[in-house]
Design a protein around this ligand. Structure first.
Ligand code: XUL
Ligand code: CO
Length: 436
């Protein structure tokens, strides 16, 4: 038991009229939305790193947060940190959490000691996860913070780093499997480049493809039933990340024959950095058949940095969950808050309030999206817009055997003169507004 969140009771649902800053106004875990409860739809997860590891530093200043477990450089402090983390999961009532190896244990003096420490922390977690405790949405390896990774992880010019990464990922996958994790995530933190002047693009992409193929093979060898997820991001930390966005990742997976084995973990902030909307990336993942999970944290629209803020826009959440529902909802995936406080938000209670607000925004978004689907509010007009394509003649143009010259001849024989039809965007935006 930790006493870090002293005095904060488990968060209760009190309804939209509640004035209590530490109560849910929209997230009511057991409330049915269609055929599932809100908890089953949303599958909330809290991330370990931003909440319990980050010290509040920015490029111009160091630590602002004071937590009793900092600097967490001993196993004793790592366990104190775990106590606080699981206490927060309990207060929030979240069903899942996510972690990197580096978040939960201090690195050892050797690779073997690092692994032993991660295994020891997994034993510690196992006890806390038993008897209805929180479950693991995903595990992952931090192959970007230590200076050994500065020139890449699997894409490093030094083959010893590639081999080191194999050992790190194997250990993290083993631990994720042991803790019944539902997914394993690979975010290519340093898989990219700063300058082409020193980069062999061919080799680096080949190395990354081989590495991912071996990860997939290992997953099957150990009988891990969860999904392998790639998390796209266009830049930061490297200037050109190889996993730029969903479409780029799909092309990469196709090239290595992994498109049926690997899905994506789509993060709102990364979509924004890539110059996309979150819903664009989600729709793209759905249509390409690689939708997996989401990191539900936004970016500031002006700064151009990965600001990892808690979601606060019901409209954005509505459009995001609309795409999640269109994809059939989560299977192994969920809603992970890869979000951090602002560095002036010093109090333990700020950590709780941030998640409460984020969970409420997601709940509003889910309810609005579900209602919009039930009412056929967008799908009706969308079907009507494409209705012309339902005829046999139109479908015939797409069928195998149709030719450009054949279609051209028909168009010319009919002397076609197509008349533009309104896209009615504003009417549709007004419809969305009615549901939020
Ligand atoms: C970095 C990021 C990571 C991944 C996991 O921008 O989003 O925290 O989610 O490595
Ligand atoms: Co993320």
């Amino acid at each position: 038991m930790s006493d870090y969140f002293q005095g904060v009771d488990p968060i209760a649902f009190e309804g939209p009229d509640s004035q209590n800053p530490l109560a849910f106004r929209y997230y009511n875990p057991s409330e049915m939305v269609g055929g599932k409860t809100m908890a089953e739809h949303l599958r909330f997860a809290v991330c370990y790193w931003h909440n319990f590891v980050w010290e509040g530093n920015d490029p111009f200043g160091g630590q602002t947060f004071e937590r009793p477990w900092f600097p967490a450089d001993t196993m004793e402090l790592a366990k104190l940190k775990a106590d606080a983390a699981f206490e927060m999961f309990r207060i929030l009532g979240v069903p899942y959490f996510c972690f990197h190896d580096h978040d939960v244990r201090p690195e050892g003096a050797t690779l073997a000691e690092s692994h032993a420490r991660l295994n020891e922390m997994a034993d510690y977690f196992e006890k806390k996860m038993a008897n209805g405790g929180p479950k693991l949405l995903w595990g992952t390896a931090n192959m970007f913070s230590n200076r050994r990774y500065m020139s890449g992880a699997s894409t490093n010019p030094d083959p010893d780093v590639f081999a080191y990464c194999a050992s790190v990922v194997k250990n993290c996958m083993d631990v994720t499997h042991r803790l019944n994790g539902e997914n394993y995530v690979l975010w290519g933190g340093r898989e990219g480049y700063e300058t082409l002047l020193n980069t062999d693009l061919d080799r680096e992409l080949e190395q990354m493809g081989r590495f991912l193929s071996m990860v997939v093979e290992y997953k099957h060898k150990i009988g891990f039933k969860g999904a392998i997820l790639i998390e796209p991001k266009p830049q930061e930390p490297t200037k050109h990340q190889y996993d730029y966005d969903v479409a780029t990742v799909y092309g990469f997976l196709k090239r290595f024959g992994l498109e049926d084995e690997v899905q994506v973990n789509v993060e709102q902030g990364h979509a924004i950095l890539a110059g996309h909307s979150f819903e664009h990336e989600l729709a793209m993942a759905r249509t390409l058949g690689i939708f997996g999970s989401i990191d539900m944290n936004r970016n500031d629209y002006q700064s151009g940095w990965d600001t990892d803020q808690f979601p606060n826009s019901p409209s954005e959440a509505t459009l995001a969950y609309y795409e999640v529902l269109m994809a059939g909802g989560f299977t192994t995936g969920g809603t992970n808050f890869d979000a951090k406080l602002r560095r002036q938000s010093l109090d333990a209670e700020d950590l709780i309030a941030a998640h409460v607000g984020g969970m409420d925004v997601c709940a509003r978004g889910l309810k609005a999206a579900h209602a919009m689907l039930e009412a056929d509010a967008l799908e009706g007009p969308r079907r009507a817009r494409y209705a012309g394509w339902e005829s046999d003649a139109a479908q015939g143009m797409l069928a195998k055997g149709a030719t450009l010259e054949g279609i051209a001849a028909t168009a010319e024989a009919k002397d076609l003169d197509p008349q533009p039809v309104s896209g009615a965007q504003e009417k549709l935006e007004n419809i969305v507004g009615r549901f939020i």
